[in-house]
Design a protein around this ligand. Structure first.
Ligand SMILES: Cc1cc2nc3c(=O)[nH]c(=O)nc-3n(C[C@H](O)[C@H](O)[C@H](O)COP(=O)(O)OP(=O)(O)OC[C@H]3O[C@@H](n4cnc5c(N)ncnc54)[C@H](O)[C@@H]3O)c2cc1C
Length: 333
């Protein structure tokens, strides 16, 4: 039954907020907390940039779930809460209680999607599986940006949630690494969280980069994490699902899912590239330190990257000259 909670950093990037708006869902101020940009912090350096002319919002998953469910009910959707799909064939979906015939079958069943397996759209290519653990603490947010704190082998993602609460997500390749064990690697952050009471219990989930060759076949389409994933450190997951929903609805309206396949690839391009960049930083201390030092020394560069990350500037706007310039600055940083 709703609302369903889920381990998540709960930050929605500006493009996700716009996509939600296009779907007819606005985030009410009592449920959403704005953040104006992103800060990267490591042992020695810190770089911050604002989203260009836009704002990200953090929303507790249970509140987001209520907003989405209410909107769907208004649109005429009938739910079968708790009904686990047990079998799927060409025209019928079976649950423990009933058989339902379908015109379209949309697999929105997360990263371990059964619909994906059944439709033969699965792919074994998973890059860098990691583990994420999320919780919330009662403390006044110290910043109006979302923060990614970097240390050897792990990152902690801080999202300002309300005037008196922050969300904390730890990401690493170690399934046993929890916040308590990792905090000594982040002394400045540990100081900020010292004495803060947890407001939720820690929830864990895996995260990885998964790119599928195809996300639709016949009258079946995949969406959200079922259709591929990016590493959680990018904060792109929810935005991708909302952007994909717009294209998928259009494909269904036209009775043709080919444009959805094309749009899906386009929507995923930047998040996939950002995942690779951030996994490179996360997996190599030398690269990570130099990159954050470079971003601190050249704030315009970090701002430009954030413009690409938040899609106010296309990736194609980056010229070969700029890439060469970045490489040169990186080596001198
Ligand atoms: C640690 C962590 C932090 C993250 N932080 C962020 C962030 O800050 N910002 C962001 O944008 N994204 C973040 N993400 C990613 C984000 O959580 C996902 O991209 C998003 O939840 C995907 O939504 P979804 O609806 O596709 O899948 P899910 O949220 O996984 O929902 C799938 C649903 O399908 C149901 N289901 C599965 N199988 C069946 C079945 N057989 N029958 C019936 N129902 C079924 C499940 O119960 C579930 O409710 C994070 C992820 C992790 C792991």
């Amino acid at each position: 039954m709703p609302p369903i909670d889920k381990p998540c950093g709960e930050g929605i990037l500006p493009q996700g907020v716009s996509a939600l708006r296009a779907l007819g869902i606005s985030l009410p101020p009592e449920s959403a907390f704005p953040f104006r940009g992103i800060r990267f912090v490591d042992e020695e350096h810190s770089a911050c940039a604002n989203f260009a002319g836009a704002t990200g919002f953090s929303v507790r998953r249970i509140k987001l779930h209520c907003l989405l469910v209410n909107h769907a009910i208004e649109a005429g959707v009938e739910f079968r809460w708790g009904a686990r799909v047990t079998q799927i064939d060409q025209t019928v979906v079976t649950t423990a209680k009933e058989r339902l015939s379908y015109r379209w079958l949309i697999g929105a069943d997360g990263q371990n999607s059964q619909v994906r397996k059944w439709a033969g759209l699965d792919s074994r290519t998973i890059i860098r599986k990691r583990f994420g653990f999320c919780s919330h603490f009662q403390v006044k947010p110290w910043s109006d940006v979302a923060e990614v704190h970097w240390a050897r082998g792990c990152q902690i993602f801080i999202t300002p949630m309300t005037g008196q609460e922050v969300g904390v997500a730890i990401l690493s390749r170690d399934p046993g690494l929890r916040l308590e064990g990792a905090l000594p690697l982040f002394p400045a952050l540990a100081e900020k969280l010292r004495g803060a009471l947890p407001t939720t219990r820690e929830l864990g989930e895996t995260t990885s980069l998964r790119i599928l060759p195809a996300v639709a076949r016949g009258r079946v389409a995949l969406i959200g994490d079922a259709s591929g994933t990016v590493d959680a450190v990018t904060g792109h997951g929810l935005s991708l699902a909302f952007q994909q929903a717009i294209s998928l609805a259009e494909g269904m309206r036209q009775d043709n899912l080919a444009p959805y396949q094309h749009a899906h690839k386009k929507i995923s391009a930047v998040p996939n590239a950002m995942t690779r960049l951030m996994l490179l930083m996360g997996g190599n201390d030398w690269i990570r330190r130099r990159t954050i030092r470079l971003f601190q020394k050249t704030p315009g560069l970090f701002a430009r990257l954030l413009e690409i990350h938040s899609e106010s500037m296309p990736l194609s706007s980056v010229s070969m000259g700029e890439i060469a310039g970045f490489g040169w600055k990186f080596l001198r940083a």
